[in-house]
Design a binder for this molecule. Sequence first.
Ligand code: KG4
Ligand code: ZN
Length: 337
Amino acid sequence: MRILGIESSCDETAAAVVEDGRKILSSVINSQIAEHRQYGGVVPEIASRRHTENIIPVVDEALAQANCTLEELDAIAVTAAPGLIGALLVGVNFAKGVSLASGKPLVPVHHIRGHIAANYLAWPELKPPYLCLVASGGHSHIVEVLDYTRFRVIGRTRDDAAGEAFDKAARAMGYPYPGGVEIDKAAKQGNPKAYRLPKPKIDGSPYDFSFSGLKTAVINLLHNAQQKGEQICREDLAASLQATVAETLTERLLRGAEDLGYTTIAVAGGVSANSGLRASLEKACRKKGYSLYLPPLSLCGDNAAMIAAQGYFEYQAGARGDMTLNASPSMPVEASF
Ligand code: KG4
Ligand code: ZN
């Protein structure tokens, strides 16, 4: 079964063709990062305009690279939530148009479910149930993947997402947007024990985390140093920040796995590209004898192959969108369209 996936929830216009939820036939990503960088973050209005301009060439390219016509497709899957509403609407309305014109079924996909499904593209043997850490720019959750389309969130951030903490701290440190990858690069040259940063625990919620204090601690450290005329070693601060985020996420995830009896663990979302987090999870899972599934770097960030992959499983479970389908800026990963 061939599914066209369309993704436009943030600053990537992406389209892909995936076979049976597991095999990528094509994956095209048009990133707007360079344009948003000059504003220090994503400007929603610009994102929507660029999606409108890019969506037709990106979809055409995905079909051409897959050597596939619209008629040869079995369904159209589209990210319908969560994300920037104007950006989502471009993908949703385009997908509705393609579905209406071609007569192919429309399948709405939750963006976070898509990130989780990125692992199915890389790891044929991975099947639910397992425990998944989702860490992106907008979300940080620990999710029980009970089945391909059934999820239960057991832990979440109380404030900033992990990627948001990286991006905001990086911005204060003078790195360009998106800062996560800059922190990762700088951390390779730094000492992770140079600065002590807070690792708050949430009373009564052993799998929850909070990252806003961490971001504030980095900002205070920079301000204090500036006032005293002291030098901060950016590489050391980046390494300390990365180690603190990686340790916090690893601790909570492993605690969840142990308490709930999961021995298969996966990671998803943009922050799953972070080398410190990957190393920390690899070490912890090796020690426990758990199987760890990390998406390849090419599938960590936003892409449409993951949407087509999840679209396949949603289709199998009977999910369909019609011409009344709307986009939603927020929606729990447990909820169905
Ligand atoms: O999943 P994603 O591409 O978009 C959202 O759905 O939010 O995640 C983007 C986030 C950004 O905050 C970005 O800084 C972060 O992922 N990120 C990283 C790395 N690569 C991307 N954070 C830390 N280390 C990285 N290597
Ligand atoms: Zn994402």
